[in-house]
Design a protein around this ligand. Structure first.
Ligand code: ADP
Length: 489
């Protein structure tokens, strides 16, 4: 093993279908690297279309028995999975930091966050409730049953290698669905470790299947998952661009879709804001995971009266409190970007901003450590023509624009095809309601830079996606309503 684990059984490099760990034909593998060093840490099974079909068929065979269990029985198994995830939190975080790069304490935070969905949906499994409706005829009765949708496909990204999986798999399993999961090619090891724990928890063979593959095979397997009439639902977290492809590919089978796609989160600081609190919120929402989350702030709008003060405070905080390094080093806050393409994009956005007149308060270039490390950056004198204002940078860059007028800043904030998260700071109750209502986003942080929680409905409007994850609503995406009209009573 490239890393010491308390429980080496969690280091899995084979795919997982129908309760068995399997190799690809001809033992095909793909390399997974450590983004901090670029070194290969594992060779993981590289499956293709044929095994995706096998996984679908395993999930389909396992479905009747899984759905026939009581919600309480499914809850018990999920609860065991939750306990095992917690018991193995250190190892899961080690694997995550190794393949994803985020600082170890942040990885542990994600394990707890990821586990919270398993606990939550274990509880919800016992609370799947239908309705009775007053019938318009005296001799009939109307019932609404809630039933599992069936075999679900899940495709997940690399930025939250555990939480994006548990947020999909646990409501699916709680509802009585079975799953074929295709994790991101950058971070399959966390997914496979989760599957090992699911197996230990008693999730039956075929109920959760993990198909791993490189980027080419991911596309091929994605096609199989979309084309299959057996797969009733696809749940995806990733880029808007890939979301569109999956939606298109799912049209022939009229698949139900949940899509958590890209964002372009604005962060507005009004002139009545508590500036120190706003700086804290900005640090958390911008620089967490080196800026690589879909709810990370992408662009800051700060009122002219407090513009300089906010920008200076933020730049000071970034200089003093953020420390770049490898995830296992002590006291670091900011790891590497996931791959070479990611750092090239950040570099391009900053160069474009500088060419168009932006000023660097701190950072502004690759970090001296080289590789995929980028300096946490604060830019002022930013305007709307810069790429970083329109596209998701997905890196540790804070571009700050000056504004004067409430209506104008809301217009600018809404001027994007995205609608996932938005943040603003104000102490004025009227302005808080007006702004929260006017922002066209699925998630609004008011005087809060961290909004993710298993109890809140996570999801976007506009081209940021479809459906909601987590909360009491999250299970609805995995349930169908059946209307039963009983006559002749
Ligand atoms: P990111 O840009 O954050 O890597 P992507 O949307 O490219 O996000 O990837 C998210 C997930 O979607 C990954 O698991 C990846 O393998 C998968 N993926 C990428 N392209 C396709 C595709 N054409 N079909 C199916 N899955 C895909």
């Amino acid at each position: 093993l490239p890393i010491k684990l308390d429980n080496p059984a969690l280091w899995r490099t084979q795919a997982y279908i129908d309760g068995k760990w399997i190799d690809a034909p001809h033992n095909a593998v793909f390399a997974v690297d450590n983004p901090a060093t670029g070194q290969t840490i594992a060779q993981v099974t590289n499956l293709g279309s044929e095994q995706a079909h096998q996984a679908i068929s395993a999930a389909n065979s396992a479905w009747p028995a899984w759905r026939a269990l009581t919600g309480k029985a499914r809850a018990g198994i999920l609860r065991k999975w939750f306990d095992l995830i917690n018991q193995n939190a250190d190892d899961l975080a080690r694997i995550m930091t190794l393949e994803q790069g985020k600082p170890f304490p942040e990885a542990k935070g994600e394990v707890a966050y990821g586990a919270s969905f398993v606990e939550w949906f274990a509880e919800q499994a016992k609370r799947i409730m239908g309705d009775t409706i007053d019938a318009p005829m005296p001799n009939s009765r109307i019932l609404v049953l809630r039933e599992p949708i069936g075999v679900c496909a899940a495709i997940t990204p690399w930025n939250f290698p555990i939480a994006m999986i548990t947020r999909k798999v646990s409501p699916a399993l709680a509802a009585g669905c079975t799953v074929v999961l295709k994790p991101a090619e950058q971070t399959p090891l966390s997914a496979l470790a989760l599957a090992e724990l699911a197996q230990q928890a008693g999730v039956p063979a075929g109920v959760l299947n993990i198909v791993t593959g490189d980027s080419e095979q991911s596309i091929a397997m994605g096609k199989v998952l979309c084309d299959s009439p057996v797969v009733r639902k696809l749940t995806f977290t990733g880029s808007t661009q890939v979301g569109r492809i999956l939606m298109q590919q799912s049209a022939p089978t009229i698949k139900k879709l949940s899509l958590e796609l890209g964002g372009n989160a604005p962060f507005i600081v009004f002139d009545d804001a508590d500036l120190d609190a706003a700086v804290e919120g900005a640090l958390a929402s911008k620089y967490r995971n080196a800026g690589q989350t879909c709810v990370c702030t992408n662009r800051f709008y700060v009122h002219a009266k407090v513009y300089d003060a906010f920008a200076d405070k933020l730049a000071q905080a970034v200089k003093q409190r953020l420390k770049v390094g490898e995830g296992f080093e002590h006291d670091i806050t900011t790891g590497p970007l996931i791959d070479d393409a990611a750092i090239a994009k950040v570099e391009e956005h900053v160069k474009d901003a500088l060419a168009k007149g932006a000023k660097v308060l701190t950072g502004g270039k690759r970090h001296d450590r080289g590789g995929r490390f980028y300096e946490p950056t604060v830019l002022t004198n930013v305007n709307r023509d810069m790429i970083c204002m329109r596209e998701e940078t997905f890196g540790p860059v804070a571009p700050i624009v000056k504004f004067e007028d409430d209506l104008d800043v809301i217009k600018q904030a809404n001027d994007t095809e995205f609608g996932l998260a938005a943040y603003f700071y104000s102490r004025d109750i009227g302005r808080i309601f007006r702004t929260a209502e006017a922002l066209e986003y699925g998630i609004i942080g008011v005087n809060a830079g961290i909004i993710s929680s298993e109890v809140g409905p996570f999801g976007g409007v506009k081209q940021s996606g479809l459906g909601r994850e987590g909360s009491v609503y999250g299970i609805d995406d995995f349930l169908e309503m059946k209307y039963v009209c009983i006559g002749g009573i």
